[in-house]
Design a protein around this ligand. Sequence first.
Ligand SMILES: [Zn+2]
Length: 139
Amino acid sequence: MILFKLKCHAGHEFEGWFRDSAAFSRQNARDQVACPECGSSDIDKAPMAPRPLRTTAATQTERPPSPEEVRRALQLLRRQVETHCENVGSRFATEARAIHNGTATARGIYGDATSAESRALADDGIEFQTIPWPAPSDA
Ligand SMILES: [Zn+2]
């Protein structure tokens, strides 16, 4: 879809969505495009670069997510982690290190680590992610 800025012969400007430039030309040739102010079907495209629909969509997705959206995303992430990874609880740092060293089976794990443990893992180049765990859904 393309948004065209249109202008009738009386100088009224308005906007219209069309599938493409050809669709506008076709509809305009059949007098299917009319000015909303005076009803004139003597319409021309006003000088303006056509604005593709995706520009509008991109603008909408660029707004920062609301706290509710962030919470939903984190809950989804939590469900995925809980489904696919093993909960090793407070042994997380030990297990992560064992997997890193090859002394434990490589697998996805999750659990709790103290900030000191997290720092030690990071210092040793062991990959892990800290996820702000949302409270279980209260919805
Ligand atoms: Zn008009």
